[in-house]
Design a protein around this ligand. Structure first.
Ligand SMILES: *[C@@H]1O[C@H](CO)[C@@H](O)[C@H](O)[C@H]1NC(C)=O
Ligand SMILES: *[C@@H]1O[C@H](CO)[C@@H](O)[C@H](O)[C@H]1NC(C)=O
Length: 386
């Protein structure tokens, strides 16, 4: 054998022996909570009373960014806040100290997170959030954006998207927005969120030029729209969109007033977020829910879902997965935390490497007495640590 082919044979042998390149199939999924650390603890870090509403994403360069609202003086949704961030360049093993990338000052109804969108084509990360969402203490309500073009190290000053979108109470996410990978509208940024309790519904804003210009897309309105709701009214609320392999967008939605069930609503857009027809709405009875924000992610053809799986209370944070894009869920859910738990967001790195295919990462609100005591980061090994 000449030395080139000997080397090739050697590396083939090594790759057969090395456990790192074992590949697994979706029917071997057996999630294991592999590592967990608290990124934020409410009430012990200086100027912040409560950390809530965690978001998590990988940058195009493979850094992990975690975001949350740092609520300055109250645990409530209103009040002044920081937009807090921590960054990890080793896939979540170690994290930078917290930096506050936006400070809304002393406002009585400040910023609310929010959706993080990664533009793979530009290598940028965009955060869309609202200010003055509730209108009781200030007006008007505005949709804002900050952007990082250097892997999350620095952020642009806030830009007011309501100049283009119009002023309206729109709370993006919480979770991630998407950049369409497939047609229709490949490359489009799609950020979905909800309205105020009266003017509730799922609304999507879209950008076809990497976040320069935004316009209003789909609206799935509550019934009765712009009226005070009663128990069991139709009121789609916080939501997480996911692009499926056929290019449609499936949005997993908080069912605010428990219309029809104490479970999740799901609605699909087949035109890149322009419309959400009622024909494409269904209720997922397997995803029991008390009305809370949930996490969803499609990775290597498997759809993952996290929420506090309980009809009445925010407890029992559970990870489920589906091998058919959500038509049904594998009948072995993995409990991540039995106790109080709230909002969650899932991400993963799609580098194609065998190592990165093994993990997903979940950020969630976690506590012993109350779900807003800490924000926790969990690394999940999808194949039981093998
Ligand atoms: C954003 O722009 C809208 C429309 O021009 C304006 O009414 C609103 O006050 C602006 N909001 C902020 C926070 O500057
Ligand atoms: C936790 O979630 C699992 C999966 O949905 C469910 O079987 C179990 O009853 C839940 N436990 C509680 C206490 O809600």
């Amino acid at each position: 054998m000449e030395s080139g082919s000997r080397l090739a044979a050697l590396s083939l042998l090594l790759s057969l022996l090395s456990p790192c390149v074992r590949t697994f199939s979706p029917d071997q999924i057996d999630p294991l909570l592999y590592e967990e650390q608290l990124l934020w603890v409410s009430g012990v870090q200086g100027e912040v009373n409560t950390y809530r509403i965690p978001l998590l994403t990988f940058t195009p360069k493979g850094s992990l960014l975690a975001f949350s609202e740092g609520r300055k003086s109250t645990a409530m949704d209103y009040g002044a806040k920081f937009l807090a961030m921590r960054r990890s360049t080793d896939k979540g093993a170690t994290w930078s100290p917290t930096s506050f990338i936006v400070d809304d000052g002393q406002t009585r109804d400040g910023l609310n997170l929010g959706a993080v969108v990664v533009d793979e084509e530009m290598g940028s990360v965009i955060l869309v959030y609202s200010v003055c969402f509730r209108l009781s203490y200030c007006q008007p309500s505005s949709t804002m954006m900050v952007e990082s073009r250097d892997d999350g190290l620095s952020w642009s000053p806030p830009r007011n998207l309501s100049v283009q979108l119009g002023v309206k109470s729109f709370a993006p996410g919480p979770g991630f927005g998407i950049q369409k990978r497939y047609n229709p509208a490949k490359g489009r940024l799609v950020v979905c969120g909800h309205g105020t309790l009266a003017g509730n519904g799922v609304f999507c804003i879209l950008s076809d030029d990497h976040g320069q210009n935004w316009y209003n897309g789909a609206a799935l309105k509550s019934i009765p729209y712009n009226e005070k709701k009663r128990a069991l009214d139709f009121s789609p609320d916080e939501c997480q969109p996911v692009e499926l392999m056929d290019g449609s967008i499936v949005i997993n939605v908080r069912n605010q007033n428990h219309y029809h069930c104490r479970c999740r609503m799901v609605v699909r857009s087949r035109d890149g977020g322009l419309t959400l027809p009622l024909d494409n709405l269904y209720f997922d009875y397997e995803l029991v829910d008390s009305a809370v924000a949930a996490g969803a992610l499609l990775k290597d053809k498997v759809l993952y879902f996290t929420n506090p799986s309980n009809e009445q209370q925010r407890i029992n944070l559970t990870l489920r997965w589906s091998l058919n894009e959500g038509d049904s869920w594998v009948n072995k859910a993995t409990q991540l935390w039995a106790g109080p738990s709230g909002y969650s967001c899932i991400t993963s790195l799609d580098s194609g490497s065998p190592e990165d295919r093994k993990y997903i990462f979940v950020i969630y609100e976690k506590g012993h007495k109350d779900y807003d005591e800490t924000v926790s980061f969990a690394k999940i090994h999808l194949y039981g640590g093998r």
